[in-house]
Design a protein around this ligand. Structure first.
Ligand code: GAL
Length: 378
């Protein structure tokens, strides 16, 4: 097990990594020079009900295994106690590094304390772990920018903006409804903030109206990012605010799973037929079922976050820690977790409309054209 010791030598503070045998660690030998096959990386993912986390788990595992590491990949079924238990077990079984995508960003403090006590570096994967000083690194995307991009897609879809961000021909007023992710996920707040900063001027000048009046994140959040919950909320909104013949022109949705629930509710209410076109619905993650909906002209757009690149950053960070080094950060300001600013590596994001599916998703090998046509991966 790595023992990271900070020593004050000759008046200079030197970060000195000392290799020490951690007893019954994975594979027995875990010195800094230990070969990859003697190292175990614990990878804790939230759920398999969402395609994206399956892709993330697969990418991280494949890339680590290619380098020769042992991988303990666990999914927690979106259940907080299960995730806590799985992480506890990774620690007792001698993991050398932990990569964690938390279900609830505030629920893992005691596990992280145990990891720190055992000198196991912790990398927060896509979702920041909050309220703990024992988070060593964060790999994610520019989450505020995701929200901005979602709002811009909504505005473009409504014609209030042109594709290059200039004022569009349309003037509105358009009725929109807003959705946010799970309040216990730090990202949900970044997405919503980015989106609302972009939409607010249009709400203020009257070109957008949130007809339900529900515009606070607490009113529009969907616990655990559940598709069914989003569908129910959209159905309730249609019943409560649109039973007077008015239309929902657009929906800000922060995640493809929610978008599919929202679209189902709208379709059940007759949207998407010739007489009543589908509302402009945004998304995120480029999940294959939603990519097909975009291809078919049903969903407006999604935000593509390449999970292969995110996995690559997580693996690079794990390797740096195993070599006794600090991973390379490109942001050391944004992600304050309640206790400290966590050094981060943030990746850029891309908006995907129908025309972007081939160049961005197919040509890059993320999906095949057949998978897009079928709406599912092989
Ligand atoms: C967030 C993540 C999004 C989406 C969502 C639901 O933390 O950043 O990309 O996947 O969870 O899974």
């Amino acid at each position: 097990m790595n023992l990271r010791v900070k020593a004050l030598v000759g008046g200079a503070l030197l970060a000195l990594t000392v290799a020490a045998c951690g007893g019954e660690g994975a594979g027995g030998g875990t010195e800094e020079s230990a070969p990859p096959e003697d190292r175990t990386i614990g990878v804790s993912m939230p759920t398999q009900t969402s395609e994206r986390w399956i892709a993330d788990g697969d990418s991280v595992r494949e890339q680590l295994e290619e380098l020769g590491y042992q991988v303990d990949l666990q999914y927690a079924g979106d259940d907080i106690p299960t995730q806590s238990q799985q992480v506890d077990q990774m620690i007792t079984q001698g993991a050398d590094v932990l990569i964690i995508a938390a279900i609830d960003g505030t629920a893992l403090s005691s596990q992280l304390q145990a990891a720190a006590d055992a000198d196991i570096p912790v990398i927060a994967y896509d979702r920041l772990i909050r309220d703990s000083e024992n988070v060593d690194f964060y790999v994610s995307f520019d989450n505020y920018r995701v929200g901005v991009a979602q709002a811009e897609a909504l505005l473009t879809g409504l014609g209030l903006l042109t594709a290059d961000g200039q004022p569009g021909e349309a003037t509105g007023p358009f009725n929109v409804e807003l959705f946010a992710g799970s309040l216990d996920d730090n990202n949900a707040h970044f997405f919503f903030d980015g989106a609302m900063d972009t939409l607010q001027p249009f709400i203020d000048d009257g070109s957008l109206a949130v007809k339900s009046g529900q515009a606070e994140i607490e009113q529009v959040a969907i616990l655990r990012w559940q598709q069914e919950t989003a569908q129910r909320r959209m159905e309730d909104l249609l019943t409560s605010s649109y039973n007077d013949g008015s239309r929902v022109d657009g929906v800000l949705s922060p995640y493809d799973g929610l978008s599919r629930g929202i679209i189902t509710a709208l379709q059940n209410a007759g949207y998407g037929a010739a007489a009543s076109p589908m509302s402009v619905v945004t998304g995120q993650d480029a999940e294959i079922a939603s990519v097909k909906l975009i291809d078919d002209g049903v969903q407006n757009s999604t935000i593509f976050k390449d999970t292969r690149l995110l996995a690559e950053q997580a693996v690079a960070a794990a390797e740096a820690f195993l070599a006794g080094e600090e991973p390379e950060a490109n942001d050391t300001e944004t992600y304050e977790n309640g206790v400290k600013v966590v050094p981060s590596y943030l990746l850029p994001v891309e908006t995907v409309y129908a025309d972007d599916i081939a160049p961005l998703l197919v040509d890059s090998g993320y999906y095949t054209a057949e998978e897009v046509a079928a709406g599912q991966t092989d």
